[in-house]
Design a protein around this ligand. Structure first.
Ligand SMILES: Cc1ncc(COP(=O)(O)O)c(C=O)c1O
Length: 351
């Protein structure tokens, strides 16, 4: 008997399943996921071990929300935790999209955006990056229509690296209607050294439609524990809380986040070290003749076009796993000090 195919949403059936980058090569370097190369602090390992895993976590993470609220000068109601900032992105999109809603974002940008928009029932409106591989905010504002429910601004932009200038962001916010949600995705904020870059922490309380998203995955080195947070107007965060899957931020993640904040000095020194490695990597690549966009995250971008597939193989042969975007370019995370030499040796073969 012929079994009819399961009925499902056609746009979901057409979505490619999430594909993680290549895993590490033995004795090599995994520079494909913008992870922090430093292992966890002992204090964090101890905090994780203390969590009572036979119990459900506290659903709203009040201690961590209060602590984060204190850092950003807001009350705990203006902080919302998620199992990674990708979970938060998903919640906000689910909260605002109806069938036919549009979500505007730059492209190329974070590879999760298109799928998250589709799953939320929205339609992606991708605005090409401008000169220097940064956001073209004027074009993004012009792409907003009365169908637009959200705009995602990624600063620094993953995978290309540049930040959005603060002054351009102010103009952009003035141009976007205040009933359109703006998600400022600052997953890499702590690595930014450009003094003119937008800094979401300075904009809190200024706009009724702005939510700033940050994560413990990158600078704070907790990617495996899944912890991100949103800061914004309480009523907007309440909508995300309403669609969140309950209890998905674990007790371990909450405890680790608290301990990480208590050890900010140590963790910031690691970030400084990564920024130093980034400077060496960018300088080495530019000396080889590559045009490297301003790298303000913990990664660098090489726009290699059709040579991307070959480059992926050459890096792999040198023990380096990069993230290749076929036909477009490769993103190389800033990792261990020792990874710079093999990256530059492989890159030299691509000139
Ligand atoms: C721009 C951007 N936003 C959000 C995320 C999600 O990070 P997480 O879910 O680990 O907090 C990433 C991860 O790579 C990212 O690059």
């Amino acid at each position: 008997m012929a079994v009819p195919p399961l009925r499902m949403r056609p746009e979901i059936a057409a979505l490619p399943a999430y594909k993680q980058g290549r895993q590490a090569v033995a004795d090599g370097y995994k520079l494909s996921s913008n992870e922090n190369p430093f292992g966890p602090l002992v204090e964090i390992v101890e905090a994780v071990a203390r969590a009572e895993v036979n119990r459900y976590p506290d659903a709203t993470g009040p201690a961590l929300r209060a602590k984060l609220g204190g850092r950003f000068g807001v009350g705990p109601g203006e902080v919302h935790l998620g199992a990674g900032s990708v979970a938060l992105l998903s919640q906000f999109l689910l909260a605002v999209c109806e069938p036919g809603s549009e979500v505007v974002y730059a492209w190329r940008s974070f590879e999760a955006y298109p799928g998250l928009v589709t799953v939320a029932g929205g339609r992606s409106v991708q605005v090409p990056l401008g000169p220097g591989a940064g956001h073209d905010l004027d074009a993004m504002a012009a792409a907003v229509t009365d169908r637009t429910r959200a705009v995602i601004v990624c600063s620094p932009n993953n995978p290309t690296g540049p930040t959005v200038p603060a002054e351009a962001f102010t103009r952009f916010m003035a141009a976007v209607p205040s009933d359109v949600l703006v998600l400022l995705d600052e997953a890499y904020a702590e690595f930014v050294r450009d003094p003119d870059a937008v800094d979401g922490s300075r904009l809190i309380g200024r706009y009724p439609n702005l939510v700033v998203l940050r994560t413990f995955s990158k600078a704070w080195g907790l990617a495996g524990l899944r912890l991100g947070y949103a800061i914004g107007p309480e009523a907007v965060l309440d909508a995300a809380r309403a669609v969140a899957i309950p209890l998905s931020v674990t007790g371990q993640a909450q405890l680790a986040g608290l301990v990480a904040l208590d050890h900010e000095d140590l963790l910031s020194a690691r970030v400084e070290d990564i920024v130093g490695t980034r400077t060496r990597l960018v300088a080495g690549l530019r000396e080889l003749g590559f045009e490297v966009p301003d790298a303000q995250g913990n990664f660098v971008w090489l726009a290699l076009g059709d040579a991307t597939g070959r480059a992926d193989d050459v890096f792999h042969e040198h023990g380096v796993v990069v993230r290749a975007f076929p036909g477009d370019g490769v993103r190389i995370s800033v990792g261990e000090h020792e990874s710079v030499t093999p990256v530059l040796e492989a890159a030299a073969l691509l000139r």
